[in-house]
Design a protein around this ligand. Structure first.
Ligand code: TYM
Length: 332
């Protein structure tokens, strides 16, 4: 039997997850966990590149673990852990820093965006963020990395760093490939459909959080920005708002975009928006109750995360000791 390839992805425990994270990432992870050796991390080390409230960060970490399991991540099939519990991440990051140029980090779009947003705290971690991400991926010899479109540039850097290291020494790292979902690789903000839906958007009415209740979800969809044409048609260039809603509807209902267009032919945007809101709320409700059930059993969650960290550390340690040998670190 052919050996399964390794897959890696991670998500930050900042704010609540949006349906962008769910559709662009988590739902895809759930599907892929049957075909790969999966490592899924809660990226709390990335999270502190922006100031966090410590008590909230701790709570969000556990809450995210519960949410991922509630969404269908099965800890029996994959390794689920918290990044800071596996010390190899920081250690490999240090070595990879010496294979990364300051100029290329300064050119990263996310670094530039976040520097504008957090002008009073442009810390080294913010700049080093993509190198830590490369370390995450490369530690696990990951062949496949499922991400949303916003992470493409970071994945490219991870590939470059892997190749640089392999060329400088000898093949050490698997060079990873990004995989994207077709329809939901970039879910957009409901009020600002030219921008991605984000956990940390200034106006929370543009994002649907997995923690939103039914009324909130329906209200936010009702207010979503569309256009004056009153025609439900997929045309991202000219109708970004309506097209975004169609993508969301299509992935949440499993209907094709064409079927969805037909379903709302001749109907107004009011009916359409309500249907999208209901489809999303129907799907999210059982996830929320499962998350609450899991959160009531902290012992169970801690057990999963401990076991996950142990398994992740074992795999990561093998890569790190190879790297330490290659760069010439003395082992006493
Ligand atoms: P994060 O926490 O911002 O987002 C987690 C995942 O959700 C995807 N995503 C979206 N997909 C579609 N539409 C959207 N509007 C949308 N918003 C977010 C992101 O692309 C991501 O896949 N740096 C990463 C976490 C990370 C990581 C890694 C990912 C740390 N190490 C190694 C992959 C491999 C991040 O901040 O994701």
């Amino acid at each position: 039997m052919e050996e399964r390839k390794n897959l890696y992805s991670a998500i930050q425990p900042t704010n609540n997850l949006t349906i962008g994270n769910y559709l662009g990432a988590v739902q895809n992870w759930v599907r892929l966990q049957n075909d790969y050796n999966c490592y899924f991390a809660i990226a709390n080390m990335h999270a502190i590149t922006v100031r966090q409230n410590p008590a909230e960060l701790r709570q969000r970490t556990l809450s995210l673990a519960a949410l991922l399991i509630a969404c269908g991540i099965n800890p029996e099939k994959c390794v689920l852990y918290v990044q800071s519990n596996v010390h190899e991440h920081a250690e490999l990051c240090w070595v990879l820093n010496t294979f990364t140029y300051v100029g290329e980090m300064e050119r990263m779009t996310q670094f530039k965006d976040k520097s504008l947003k957090h002008a009073d705290n442009i810390n080294m971690g913010l700049m080093d963020y993509p190198v830590l991400m490369a370390a995450d991926i490369l530690l696990f010899q990951s062949a496949v990395v499922p991400i949303g479109k916003d992470q493409t540039q970071h994945l490219e850097i991870a590939r470059d760093i892997a190749q640089r290291f392999n060329n400088a020494y000898s093949p050490t790292f698997t060079v990873p490939e990004g995989v994207y979902v077709k329809t939901a690789a970039k879910i957009c903000d409901l009020l600002n459909p030219d921008k991605k839906m984000s956990k940390s958007a200034e106006n929370a009415n543009g994002s649907i959080f997995l923690s939103d209740d039914r009324d909130t979800i329906i209200r936010k969809f009702k207010r979503a920005v569309t256009d004056s044409e009153a025609q439900v048609k997929y045309d991202p260039e000219n109708k970004p708002g309506v097209s975004n809603l169609l993508s969301i509807y299509s992935v949440f209902t499993g209907k094709s975009i064409a079927d969805a267009e037909n379903e709302f032919a001749g109907k107004g945007y009011g009916d359409f928006k309500l249907a999208v809101g209901e489809a999303v709320a129907d799907r999210i409700a059982p996830i929320q109750s499962e998350q609450a059930r899991l959160l009531a059993d902290k012992g169970y969650l801690d057990g999963i995360l401990k076991e996950g960290a142990k398994n992740a550390s074992f795999a990561a340690g093998r890569t790190l000791s190879k790297v330490y040998k290659k760069v010439g670190f003395y082992q006493s």
